[in-house]
Ligand binder design. Sequence first.
Ligand SMILES: [Zn+2]
Length: 329
Amino acid sequence: MTCRVVMCCLLAFAPSTLAAQAQPVPQTNAKPGWQWTMDSVNKVVNAVRAGRSLQPKAWPNGARVAVLISFDVDNETVALRYGDPTVGSLSQTQYGARVGLQRVVDLLDAHKIPATFFIPSVSLDLTPSMAGVIKKSGRHEIGVHGWIHEMNSTLPDSIERRLLKKAIAELTAATGTKPVGYRAPSWNFSDNTLSILRDLGFRYESSLMADDRPYELNQNGKPTGLVEIPVEWILDDAPLFDPRGDRYSPPRDVAQVWIDEFDRAYQEGTMLVLTMHPHISGHRSRIVALEQLIAHIEAKAPGKVWWATHGQAAEYVRKQSGLGEPVVP
Ligand SMILES: [Zn+2]
């Protein structure tokens, strides 16, 4: 409290310099970290933590790098999830279903590039024809992205579990295949998320950020047999493509970030995991970023890239590392 009072006073005197440096003070009743014991620190940190690296010695077919493209097919669910959608926000996000998805699938299919589409079940229910668009090439994977893009990290176990079960059942019915991969709608976990994923039989997870390489998730210090395909906000189109946000970047600048990420992944022999959204990257001026990335990769490393779905990559690294099956809790 004292700090906050002091900071307010300082801001009053020198707003231009301090505002840029000030870290936001979270509004929370939690005991601050400096009052914790090391036992408490370890317990919290180890609840869900990166375990051993699953980076393989080599990628399939002599490839030097793996490139995993994913689309989070949120569409209207991002407007619906808080329960107060507006007509404008619904129309803006419906663009993903009406226009964006077909455009990105056309691009991927023209280059024979597989991708993983993480879909909130409600999104597919609102536009069932999306399943056919995605499945047409037989190359793409469909994974779980919540039921209505719910903020899973804020929900009690019973509700988070019920929604996830419902999402799995509905996606399985709509696509004919039971999904094996999960991406959290908020790219975050509640205290129960990992246990729920393990109970429901997921084989891989793709929402966390502890490495550039695949790794095993540990729970309370113990290996789970669950593969993590890590993401990063750097490699997500949403934060940088919001024309009303304060971090807007032109698509061609964003493409350069992705190209630099690819170049280093290629050099290190690891992998590039890129997340996009049909309602964002599916726009005419933004699809350019993905087109530029693909053109760069195809020119720089012909025959040296393993394009794969997240599920294919997870199973490959599982086998190569001798990980075995997910451990039943
Ligand atoms: Zn999403």
